[in-house]
Design a binder for this molecule. Structure first.
Ligand SMILES: [Mg+2]
Length: 306
């Protein structure tokens, strides 16, 4: 096994891999579900991992749900999970502002109601949720009323993103003591049938361009997502497996944190892309080569049942 990467996982090798880990981190969309449908066999895989004494966590860049909303969705799809096991970027960005930034003050939020709820759960107030329509002329925009106690701009997925929100974020971020945080940089949200819509990365880049500043990001592949799990539970990186469908976020996170990595082919990335990264000779792209791959996480069932 040593030295080889991007190996198809099956039979004895799958058993060996599972015996070598205590914790398994799963991305959600494209891994355990697609849209509103569970990947066949996925609920049983999670159940069996837990029966085998493995700690299981769910790490997702999607900022539109609270931990409670994820648990409700998972329950509907036949998964048994608790809020403690779920790490979405709405929750993790609230934890980041609270524990890493030690924020004293309010957040100007470009984001969702779920983000508002997770911020409030750690005692952080926000302003900005919901539509923000344009008014007046350019000089009015530059002098738009700002709240004095806003000390951070947080950008996540916001279906009401608008020119006025972009402008308001710029005005806050011209204050150098205003922190700048983004949930994630995924540029597209893939939908069933091969279509896609713009992701949070597009909104974040627009704000970065306007403000001429770079945001710190919380979501995968930033290692904060793993640190968030590891700070609440004992997780030894070398005995942890990251399972994901995207090379640039999930597998990169695993590589950044020294985890074992497994690519599943039920989502975005392909084996051909992983192999192209491997053959590229580019050191950054080596982080986007998984240790193993499977067609679906249901391929782990024989190793767990045997
Ligand atoms: Mg995914």
């Amino acid at each position: 096994m040593a030295g080889s990467k991007c190996v198809r996982l099956s039979g004895e090798l799958a058993k060996q891999l599972l015996a070598s880990v205590d914790s398994v981190l799963f991305d959600c969309d494209g891994v355990i579900w697609r849209g509103d449908q569970a990947i066949p066999g996925a609920p049983r895989v999670i159940e069996l991992l837990k029966e085998h004494g493995k700690k299981v966590f769910f790490v997702t860049n999607n900022s539109t749900k609270t931990r409670k909303m994820y648990v409700d969705k998972m329950s509907t799809l036949g998964f048994n999970a608790s809020e403690d096991e779920v790490f979405g970027t709405a929750y993790c960005s609230a934890i980041y502002l609270k524990t890493v930034c030690k924020l004293q003050g309010k957040v100007y939020l470009i984001g969702s109601n779920a983000m508002k709820q997770e911020l409030e759960a750690v005692g952080i107030q926000q302003t900005g949720l919901g539509p923000d329509h344009i008014f007046g002329k350019q000089t009015d925009w530059a002098n738009v009323p700002l709240e004095p106690d806003v000390k951070a701009v947080l950008v996540g997925f916001d279906e009401h993103f608008s020119y006025m929100k972009l402008n308001r974020a710029l005005q806050y971020l011209t204050r150098m003591d205003c922190l700048f945080v983004g949930t994630n940089r995924d540029t597209r949200l893939p939908l069933e049938g091969g279509t896609a819509v713009p992701g949070t990365g597009c909104l974040l880049q627009a704000v970065e361009t306007a403000a001429q500043r770079q945001a710190a990001t919380v979501g995968k592949p930033s290692r904060f997502m793993f640190d968030c799990v590891a700070s609440k539970f004992h997780v030894e990186p070398g005995r942890c497996l990251m399972v994901g469908d995207r090379l640039d976020t999930d597998i990169m996170l695993g590589s950044n944190c020294g985890l074992k990595t497994l690519l599943t082919l039920t989502g975005v990335s392909t084996v051909a892309e992983a192999e192209a990264n491997q053959k590229s000779g580019c050191s950054e792209r080596q982080g986007m080569v998984p240790d193993y791959y499977v067609e679906s996480i249901a391929d782990l069932l024989p190793a767990l049942q045997g």
